[in-house]
Design a protein around this ligand. Structure first.
Ligand code: ADP
Ligand code: ZN
Length: 731
């Protein structure tokens, strides 16, 4: 290899492939040579597979037998810092490198040459005859200046059929051209005027930008109540990164957030950024992946896996709603996008902004310890004030069986309807009813494959398992005793609550927002926008509404069951309840009208409920931190979860027991193992699940210890083992 990382034709290179092998493979560099980091196609047995040139070949075998790299792909080579990053994530999460490479190449057709497609622009002649449809097409093209559309986009924008566009092409009024599919993203201009910032906001921006000017790594916790302008503030940090010619990444927890967000980015920078999420088409994903690598995408707005895109010069990562649990991936590679964002930034000299109204205890503690800078925005922007929070003591309410909206809450909603304002009724349960019970024999309908009850979804007319997604029609007779007509729903889900609201407020327009009621992310986005414009008196929503949407007319939030998540076995139950309740309450009173949040609870004196109501956040965090410190649990101790699973419970437990007995590698680093025990959900998709929990003092090298602990295991048959470092959930 030459000093600049080039391998001449025939030189031996080590290639990391996406195939599940435990080492790199040696190949000869192809004709024309290749660079370190090059994406290549290599032969593996009879197949061709994707790989990356990872270093010098190991040799040690008959060179004549070495096969050649088939070809070098037409994409930017993987940079050294990306290779280092993938290696460090692999070490941290105990993930094999091929799986890391798969995560970093999740775009289709990376090897394909640039293909062409037809695009449409304004032509030079007038059509012979104008129709309304034709006028609309030409207006769209004029409105968007020189922008090219695909046929589908243009027809959709203008609300016409594609034959109208084709007709205009024949006349020369619209021009049809061939254009490469993967175009650079339009330029974002950081120097367009931003909003006039408040004093608090301007101070926060100045601090962030001062940090950025150092060119060094640094993380800032940006804490501010909902509506305080955190987004405005971090967009100025994005602007600063762009001014320095560096790339920026904004991670968001939920695709539903992007509709409103993208409009704000466009307003600030004059064009839309690259988007990376599961709803994006394959073509879009490939374009993002390539352009990010070439530096032709200045800003990416994306879901957690965007962190593994091949950035050329990443200068800033924003993790918005940093406390959100969806940042933790819990299948395949178990990683926390928030934590790995900090890792990536520390490798490439980038800044991280963690934004939240209710930060995770981890980030709060890192700020307390001085590892992160902390910036607070304390006031809401403009006239908006934080909602008043009050409990509704359910022990004192007159409730009819099978209803969940208390008389006090009913009255508050009615007031809003009279004033033309919106109310949100929040319940964190999808479906109609969580339990279907046979009143004859007491049977609760359960999933055949999981240790879970089936949830009735009346909208879909089916029962659904929320663990595995299995559905079945609602039976007429009890599957256990065979008696007919005795199956009854127990407890409320969002659909049942909507039914009650319709009966209670017949004059009101009611909208339901739950992830499973909409066929597509696009339909959901459209619905959210409609509601934000005021097209509903009452919104019935699940967790989905807690996240960042602006509903200007919303002045009342009613939490149907504030106690619901208080009693999880999870060490973060209190933290989660606190965050969720404050986030939901934060939806009320965002514009000029004050808001109110009413929490229905059977235990208004519970310390967590009291902390939520009093708004004493620092007090809550301090108490919670002390509790965790005393228990030696995260963030003041380390944990790892091990899940063993298999079709038969016996052999799975045998392995778990053997692991618990042979725990010397763990004891060496001061770690302890608990279990094996049946997992809280003891069966999923027909597989029995057994958990072990590793607990260690902070700073103990548990990855090494766990690697040594599990290395001698021989997993026979269909038994699988998954390691989850820093587990967030314990199902
Ligand atoms: P957060 O991200 O903290 O929830 P946002 O940045 O979304 O807050 O701000 C809440 C609302 O207030 C948004 O509609 C935003 O455009 C508006 N806003 C915030 N700061 C300003 C400002 N300085 N000038 C004008 N509008 C602002
Ligand atoms: Zn199931």
């Amino acid at each position: 290899m030459s000093a600049n990382g080039f391998f001449d034709e025939g030189e031996l290179v080590a290639v990391l492939t996406t195939q599940p092998l435990d080492r790199t493979l040696d190949y000869k560099a192809p004709e024309g040579g290749c660079f370190l980091g090059a994406f290549v196609e290599v032969p593996l047995g009879p197949r061709k597979v994707l790989g990356v040139v990872w270093g010098q070949g190991q040799g040690g075998f008959d060179l004549a037998k070495a096969r050649s790299v088939i070809r070098v792909l037409e994409v930017a080579p993987m940079r050294e810092e990306t290779r280092v990053f993938l290696g460090r994530v692999a070490d941290y999460t105990l993930t094999p490198m091929p799986a890391m490479l798969r995560l970093a190449t999740r775009a289709p057709g990376l090897g394909d040459p640039q293909s062409m497609r037809k695009v449409y622009r304004l032509g030079s002649t007038e059509p012979d005859r104008m129709t309304d449809a034709r006028t609309r097409v030409l207006e769209v093209l004029r409105d968007y200046g020189g922008l090219a559309f695909t046929l589908k986009e243009l027809a959709e924008q203008a609300g016409v059929t594609s034959s109208v566009v084709k007709g205009l092409v024949k006349q020369g009024a619209v021009r049809e051209e061939d254009s490469p599919r993967d175009l650079p993203y339009p330029h974002l201009d950081p120097d367009l005027p931003g909003k006039d910032l408040t004093e608090d906001q301007a101070k926060a921006v100045a601090r962030l930008q001062a940090g950025q000017r150092t060119g060094d790594y640094g993380t800032t916790l940006l804490k501010g109540v909902t509506g305080s302008g955190k987004t405005e503030v971090y967009l100025e940090a994005v602007a600063e990164a762009l001014r320095k010619g560096r790339q920026a990444l904004v991670l968001l927890p939920e695709i539903a957030l992007t509709a409103e967000f993208l409009t704000r980015v466009e307003a600030r920078f004059g064009a839309r950024p690259a988007e990376w999420h599961s709803g994006a088409t394959m073509t879009e994903r490939r374009r993002v992946w390539r352009m990010v690598g070439q530096g032709a995408a200045q800003l990416v707005v994306g879901a957690r896996s965007a962190l593994f895109l091949p950035f050329r010069d990443l200068g800033l990562v924003v993790v918005d709603e940093e406390h959100d649990t969806s940042y933790k991936q819990e299948d395949g590679v178990h990683y926390s996008a928030r934590d790995m964002a900090v890792l990536r930034a520390s490798i490439c000299g980038a800044r991280v902004v963690l934004a939240s109204a209710t930060p995770s205890l981890e980030s709060w503690a890192n700020a307390e310890a001085g590892k992160y800078e902390r910036l607070d925005l304390t006031a809401r922007f403009g006239a908006a004030v934080l909602p008043e929070m009050k409990p509704i003591d359910m022990r004192a309410e007159q409730m009819q069986a099978g209803t969940w909206i208390s008389p006090s809450l009913r009255q508050a909603v009615r007031q809003r309807i009279e004033r033309g304002e919106q109310s949100l009724l929040f319940i964190n349960r999808r479906g109609y009813a969580p339990v279907t019970l046979c009143r004859a024999c007491g049977e609760q309908i359960a999933c055949n494959h999981c240790d879970a009850r089936m949830v009735e979804h009346r909208f879909l007319k089916r029962l659904m398992c929320h663990q595995c997604g299995e559905t079945k029609p609602m039976p007429e007779t009890c599957p256990s005793c065979g008696v007919e007509g005795k199956l009854a729903p127990v407890g409320p889900g969002i659909e049942r609550l909507a039914e009650e609201a319709e009966a209670t407020f017949p004059e009101a327009k009611i909208a339901m927002l739950s992830s499973d009621l909409f066929g597509s992310a696009r339909a959901l986005k459209a619905k959210i926008e409609e509601i934000a414009e005021g097209d509903a008196d009452i919104i019935i929503g699940t967790q989905l509404v807690a996240k960042g949407h602006n509903f200007p007319k919303l002045t009342l939030v009613g939490v149907i069951d504030a106690d619901l998540s208080l009693h999880g076995a999870d060490l973060r139950a209190a933290e989660r309840t606190f965050q969720l309740m404050r986030q939901v309450a934060g939806r009320a009173g965002r514009a000029d009208k004050p808001g109110q949040a009413l929490l229905q609870t059977f235990q208004p004196e519970h310390p967590v409920i009291r902390a939520i109501l009093s708004g004493d956040e620092e007090g809550f965090w301090t108490a919670e931190a002390a509790g965790r410190q005393a228990a030696g649990v995260p963030p003041y101790g380390r944990m790892a979860g091990i899940v063993l699973s298999g079709p038969e419970v016996g052999p799975v437990f045998d392995i778990g027991n053997a692991m618990a007995r042979n725990d010397a590698p763990l004891r060496d680093v001061g770690a302890q193992v608990f279990g094996p025990a049946p997992a809280p959900i003891a069966r999923i998709r027909g597989r029995h699940r057994v958990r072990l929990l590793v607990k260690a003092p902070k700073g103990a090298p548990i990855q090494d210890a766990i690697a040594r602990w599990i290395a001698p295991l021989k997993l026979k048959g269909d038994i699988r083992l998954a390691v989850d470092i820093d587990p967030q959930s314990f199902y």
